[in-house]
Design a protein around this ligand. Structure first.
Ligand code: NAG
Ligand code: NAG
Ligand code: NAG
Ligand code: NAG
Ligand code: NAG
Ligand code: NAG
Ligand code: NAG
Ligand code: NAG
Ligand code: NAG
Ligand code: NAG
Ligand code: NAG
Ligand code: NAG
Length: 850
C-alpha cells in the first residue's frame, strides 16, 4: 500500500508540475517586492488604484503594472500610467533600487511638482522612460543623458515648469543614439537644435520648447521619421527641403503651427506619400497649394489656417479620407461645388473655411458628411439659399455661416445635436423657423443682422440651455415674450434694432444669469420693468432709442455689476438728483442723452462712479465688457464723439458720460474732475450755467469734451491746456468770455469749437485779445428762445464735425476706422478659436498616444 501511495504522490507531483507549477514564473526577488511596497506606501491609494493588487502575500510579478523577466524573475517593467499617484517623488524613492528596469512608465500621475531626481540616470538598463504629464518640474538632470540605451523618452508636460540646463539638450541628443521617440513638448529647452540626431528617430515632439535658430534640414531626412511636431516655436526658422525628403516614405504626421516658415509650400511635399496629418498653421505661408500636394490622397487632417495662402480649393475632393480640414483665415477662392461630388468625406468631422474669399452658393445635393460636427464657413462671399442638408447633418454641433451673402428663408432644423448656430450678417429673411425648438442642446443662437421678420414666438423659451440669444438688427415685430425673463441660463439677450413694440412686461426671475440685455432701437413703450432688479449679474443694460416714458430708474443702483447703462432717446423725464446715495460703482458708460431729464446735474451719481475714478490704462484693467467668446457675440455700441461711431466691442477703459440733450440746469459740479478715467464727457444741449470747473484739467485721458449749447459763463480755465488727449472740444453757444487757452491740443481746435460765444477772443477766433486788460463781459448773444437755439446748434455741431476738429480727431477717427476695416475684432476672436484648437489638438494627440 505504501508503495502505491508513493507512486501516487510522485505522479501527483509530476502532474502538478505539468499542470500548474511550470506556469509559475520565477518568484520576484524579495528586495524588489519590498522596494515596490515601500514605493506604494509613499502615496495614498484609493479604492480603484492598480496598486491595490500590490499585496505582499502575492508574488510581485503578478501585481498590476509590474513585469518580470520570465527567466530570472527580476522586475524589468513598471507601468504606472494613470495610477492616480499623488505626492512627492523623492530622490530616496525605493524605486531606484529596481536597477534592472527596462521600461518605466510614470506618466499621467501627479507628483506634485517634484524635481526629477538625478538618480534616474542610474537606471542604466532603461529603454523606455515615460514621465509625461505627471507634474514634474524644474531642471531635467543632465544624468538623463547616461541612459544611453533609451529608445523612448517622453517628458512632455501641461505646465511651463520643466527646463533643460545649458547644453544639456545637445548632450542628450548626442548621447542617446538609439532614440526612436523623443517627446519634450512644453519643456523649456531654449537652445538651437543640434545637427546630429539618432538616425532611428521615428517620433520627435518639440512643440512649445522655445527652440530657436534654423531647423537643421537633416531632421526632414531622418529615414524612419513618422511624426514631427515642432509647433509653437515662433523663433524657429523652418526651410523645407526642395528635393525629395529621405523621410518621405515614412512620414505620417507633420505639425508645425506657429513656427517661422515664411514662403511657399514647396512642390517637394508631393513626395510625402504616407502623410496622414499635415498641419502648418499661422506660419506666414503664401502662394497656392502646389499641384503635387493634391496627390496626397491619404491625408486625414489638413490644417493650413492663418496663412496667406490663395488659389482655388476645387481639388479638395481628392482627399477622400479627410477627418479635419482647417483652411481658415487665408485667401482661398473658388466655389464649393466640389462638395456635391457624391459621397465625399464620410469621415469628415471638422471643416473650417472661414475668412477666405469663397464665392457662389453651397451646392444643394451634398451627402456623406454624417460625421461632421463642426462647419465653419463664416466671412466669405457665399450666396444663394442655405441648403437644407446643412441643417440635417446628423452629428453637427457647431454651425457658423455668419458674414456671407446668404439669402432666402432659413430652412427647418433637423440636426438635433447642434449647440451653436450663427447665421448673423447675411440677408436671410422670413420667420425664425419653428424647428429651432427641437435643438435642445442649443447654447448659442445668433441670427442678428439679417432681414428676419415675424414675431418672436414664446416657444423660444423652450430652448432652456441657451446662453446667448441674439436676434438683433432684423425686422422682428410684436412684443417681447414674457417668458424670456425666466430662462435661467441665459447670459445675453439681444433684441436690439428691430420693430418690437408694446410695454416690456417680461418678468426677470430671481437667480437669472443675464449679463447683457439689449432692447435698444425698437418701439417699446411704458416703463422700465421693475423686475430688472432681479438681474444681479447684469453688466449691460441698453434700452436706448425706444419710446419709454418713465422717471430715472434709480433703483437700478442696486445692481452691483452694472457697467453700461443706456437710456438715450426715450421719453424719460424728471430730476435725477437724489439725496440717497447712488451706488453705480462699476458703471463705465452712462448715456441718458435725448430725454426730458431736468433739475440739477446728479452730484450724488458722480460721487459714486467709483470705476470712473480709475485710469484703467495705468492700472492694467483693460478688457472687453461682457464678450461671450468673441467668435459668436460681441457687445457693439454707437457712441458719439463728435461723430456717431460704432464700437464693435467695448473696453472697460472706454469711460463715457453722455447727458446731452436734456433739460439739466445748474452748475457743472467740480467733482467730475475726480472721474479721471473719463474719455468722453458730453453735457451739451442743456440749460447749464455757471463756470467750467478748473478741476476738469485732471481728466488726463479725456478725448472728447462737449459742453456746447448751454448757458455756461466765465472764462475757459487755462489749466485745460493739460488735456493732451483731447481730440474733440465743443464749447460753442455758451456765454464764455476771455482768452482761449494756447498751446498743445488747443492749437488744433478750430473756430467751430468756440463760435456762438460773443465774449471769447484769441486764436483761432479772429477777435484779438489785445493783451491782458479788458476781458469782455458776458452778454446773452441772441435773444433766441430755447427751441430755436436747439435746432440751430444741432445743425452747427454737424457742420463743425464735417469741418473737422483738428488733427487729433482725424487721427482718432482713422484709428477707429482701421480697427473696423482690419477686422481687429476678428483677429481677437481668433485667439479663442486658436486656444480651442490647441487644446483640442493636444487632447487628440494625447488620446492617440495613451
Ligand atoms: C492581501 O491578500 C490577502 C489574501 O488574498 C488578503 O487576505 C489581504 O487582506 C490582502 N492584504 C491587503 C493589504 O490587501
Ligand atoms: C525621503 O526624503 C524626504 C525629503 O528629502 C523625507 O521627507 C522622507 O522622510 C525620506 N523618506 C525616506 C523613506 O527616507
Ligand atoms: C503602459 O501601459 C499603457 C496601457 O495601459 C501602454 O499604452 C503604454 O505603452 C505602457 N507603457 C510602456 C512604457 O510600455
Ligand atoms: C554618454 O553615454 C555613455 C555610455 O554610452 C556614458 O558612459 C556617458 O557617461 C554618457 N555621457 C554623459 C555626459 O552622460
Ligand atoms: C525659458 O528659459 C529661458 C532661459 O533659460 C528663459 O529666459 C525664458 O524666460 C524661459 N521661458 C519660459 C517660457 O519659461
Ligand atoms: C524668420 O526667418 C527669416 C528668414 O527667413 C528671418 O529673417 C527672421 O528673422 C526670422 N524671424 C524670427 C522671429 O526668427
Ligand atoms: C500626381 O498624380 C498624377 C496622376 O494622377 C500624376 O500624373 C502625377 O505625376 C502625380 N504627381 C506626383 C508629384 O506624384
Ligand atoms: C452669387 O454670386 C455670384 C458672383 O460671385 C453671382 O454671379 C450670382 O448671381 C450670385 N447668386 C445669387 C443667388 O445671388
Ligand atoms: C415647450 O415646453 C412646454 C413645457 O415645458 C411644453 O408644454 C410645450 O409643448 C413645449 N413647446 C414646444 C413647441 O415644444
Ligand atoms: C402688459 O401688461 C399690461 C397690464 O398688465 C397690459 O395691458 C398690456 O397689454 C401688456 N403688454 C404686453 C405687451 O403684453
Ligand atoms: C423677482 O423674481 C421673482 C420670481 O423669481 C418675482 O416673484 C419678483 O416679482 C421679481 N421681482 C420684481 C421686483 O419683479
Ligand atoms: C408720458 O406718460 C404720461 C402719462 O403716463 C403722459 O401724460 C405724458 O405725455 C407722456 N410723455 C410723453 C413725452 O409722451
Amino acid at each position: 500500500m505504501g508503495y502505491v501511495k508513493l507512486v501516487f504522490l510522485m505522479l501527483f507531483s509530476l502532474l502538478c508540475q505539468l499542470a500548474f507549477c511550470s506556469s509559475l514564473p520565477h518568484l520576484c526577488p524579495k528586495d524588489q517586492a519590498l522596494a515596490l511596497l515601500q514605493f506604494k506606501q509613499m502615496f495614498p491609494i484609493d479604492a480603484y488604484s492598480k496598486l491595490l493588487s500590490w499585496n505582499k502575500s502575492i508574488d510581485c510579478c503578478s501585481w498590476d503594472g509590474v513585469h518580470c523577466n520570465e527567466a530570472t524573475g527580476q522586475v524589468i517593467g513598471l507601468n504606472l500610467t494613470r495610477c492616480g499617484l499623488q505626492g512627492k517623488f523623492h530622490s530616496n524613492s525605493s524605486l531606484f533600487k529596481l536597477s534592472n528596469l527596462k521600461r518605466l512608465d510614470l506618466s499621467n500621475n501627479d507628483f506634485s511638482e517634484s524635481l526629477i531626481s538625478p538618480k534616474f540616470g542610474e537606471l542604466s538598463s532603461l529603454t523606455h522612460l515615460d514621465m509625461s504629464y505627471s507634474s514634474f518640474t524644474g531642471l531635467i538632470p543632465a544624468e538623463i543623458s547616461r541612459l544611453s540605451k533609451l529608445h523612448v523618452l517622453r517628458i512632455q508636460s501641461y505646465s511651463d515648469g520643466l527646463r533643460f540646463g545649458p547644453h544639456n539638450f545637445e548632450l542628450l541628443l548626442k548621447n542617446l543614439t538609439r532614440l526612436r521617440e523623443l517627446d519634450l513638448s512644453s519643456v523649456n529647452i531654449s537652445s538651437t537644435i543640434p545637427l546630429n540626431f539618432s538616425s532611428y528617430l521615428t517620433n520627435l515632439g518639440l512643440s512649445y520648447t522655445q527652440i530657436y535658430g534654423r531647423l537643421p534640414e537633416g531632421v526632414f531626412h531622418l529615414s524612419n521619421l513618422e511624426s514631427l511636431d515642432l509647433s509653437d516655436n515662433p523663433q524657429l526658422t523652418v526651410r523645407f527641403p526642395t528635393t525629395k525628403w529621405n523621410s518621405s516614405a515614412s512620414l505620417m504626421e507633420l505639425v508645425l503651427y506657429r513656427v517661422n516658415a515664411t514662403g511657399r509650400i514647396p512642390e517637394s511635399f508631393g513626395h510625402l506619400t504616407s502623410l496622414r496629418t499635415l498641419g502648418i498653421a499661422s506660419c506666414n505661408l503664401s502662394g497656392s497649394i502646389p499641384k503635387p500636394l493634391w496627390n496626397l490622397t491619404n491625408i486625414e487632417e489638413l490644417e493650413l489656417g492663418d496663412n496667406h495662402l490663395e488659389g482655388p480649393i476645387s481639388e479638395l475632393f481628392r482627399f477622400g479620407k479627410l477627418r479635419s480640414l482647417l483652411l481658415e483665415n487665408n485667401n482661398f477662392d473658388g466655389q464649393l461645388e466640389f462638395l456635391s461630388f457624391n459621397r465625399i468625406w464620410t469621415q469628415l468631422e471638422v471643416l473650417d473655411f472661414s475668412s477666405n474669399s469663397l464665392t457662389g452658393p453651397i451646392p444643394s445635393n451634398v451627402s456623406g458628411m454624417q460625421n461632421a460636427h463642426s462647419l465653419y464657413l463664416s466671412s466669405n462671399q457665399l450666396n444663394g439659399t442655405v441648403p437644407s442638408w446643412i441643417f440635417s447633418l446628423p452629428s453637427l454641433i457647431f454651425l457658423d455661416l455668419s458674414d456671407n451673402h446668404f439669402s432666402g428663408n432659413i430652412q427647418e432644423f433637423k440636426s438635433k445635436t447642434l449647440d451653436t448656430v450663427s447665421l448673423k450678417q447675411n440677408q436671410l429673411q422670413g420667420p425664425i423657423p419653428k424647428s429651432l425648438l427641437n435643438l435642445h442642446h442649443l447654447y448659442y443662437l445668433v441670427l442678428s443682422h439679417n432681414n428676419l421678420s415675424g414675431e418672436i414666438a414664446s416657444t423660444i423659451c423652450n430652448l432652456t440651455k441657451l446662453l446667448v440669444l441674439d436676434l438683433g438688427s432684423n425686422n422682428l415685430e410684436g412684443t417681447i415674450p414674457l417668458c424670456l425673463g425666466e430662462m435661467s441660463e441665459l447670459w445675453v439677450l439681444d433684441l436690439s434694432n428691430n420693430s418690437l413694440s408694446g410695454t416690456i412686461n417680461t418678468t426677470f426671475s430671481i437667480g437669472n444669469e443675464l449679463m447683457v440685455i439689449k432692447f435698444d432701437m425698437n418701439k417699446l413703450e411704458g416703463k422700465v420693468p421693475q423686475s430688472l432688479i432681479n438681474c444681479t449679474v447684469l453688466k449691460v443694460l441698453d434700452l436706448g432709442n425706444n419710446e419709454l416714458n418713465d422717471t430715472f430708474p434709480k433703483w437700478l443702483r442696486a445692481l452691483p455689476n452694472l457697467m453700461i447703462l443706456r437710456l438715450r432717446s426715450n421719453k424719460f423725464f424728471g430730476p435725477i438728483n437724489d439725496s440717497s446715495a447712488y451706488k453705480f460703482a462699476r458703471i463705465r458708460m452712462i448715456d441718458l442723452s435725448s430725454n426730458g431729464f431736468s433739475g440739477d446735474l446728479p452730484m450724488s451719481l458722480f460721487e459714486n462712479f467709483e470705476a470712473m475714478k480709475i485710469n484703467g490704462e495705468k492700472s492694467g484693467t483693460r478688457e472687453y465688457i461682457a464678450d461671450m467668446n468673441g467668435r459668436y457675440y460681441t457687445n457693439s455700441f454707437i457712441v458719439t464723439k463728435g461723430l456717431d461711431l460704432e464700437l464693435p466691442r467695448v473696453l472697460t477703459t472706454n469711460i463715457i458720460i453722455d447727458l446731452s440733450k436734456n433739460r439739466f440746469e445748474g452748475h457743472i459740479p467740480s467733482i467730475i474732475g475726480d472721474l479721471i478715467g473719463l474719455r468722453t464727457l458730453n453735457l451739451s444741449h442743456n440749460r447749464l450755467e455757471g463756470h467750467i470747473p478748473a478741476s476738469l484739467h485732471q481728466l488726463s485721458v479725456l478725448e472728447s469734451l462737449d459742453l456746447s449749447s448751454n448757458k455756461i459763463s466765465g472764462e475757459i480755465p487755462q489749466q485745460l491746456v493739460s488735456l493732451t488727449s483731447l481730440e474733440v472740444l465743443n464749447l460753442s453757444h455758451n456765454h464764455l468770455v476771455g482768452c482761449i487757452p494756447k498751446g498743445k491740443q488747443f492749437d488744433t481746435f478750430e473756430n467751430s469749437s468756440y463760435q456762438g460765444n460773443d465774449g471769447l477772443c484769441g486764436l483761432p477766433l479772429s477777435k484779438d485779445c489785445g493783451g491782458d486788460e479788458g476781458v469782455p463781459q458776458a452778454t446773452t448773444p441772441f435773444g433766441l428762445d430755447q427751441e430755436e437755439e436747439e435746432v440751430d446748434s444741432s445743425i452747427i455741431s454737424w457742420q463743425s464735425v464735417l469741418m473737422g476738429y483738428g488733427c487729433g480727431l482725424v487721427i482718432g477717427l482713422s484709428i477707429i476706422y482701421i480697427m473696423f476695416s482690419t477686422q481687429y475684432p476678428a483677429w481677437f476672436s481668433r485667439m479663442d478659436v486658436k486656444l480651442e484648437h490647441i487644446i483640442t489638438t493636444r487632447m487628440k494627440r494625447h488620446k492617440k498616444r495613451h
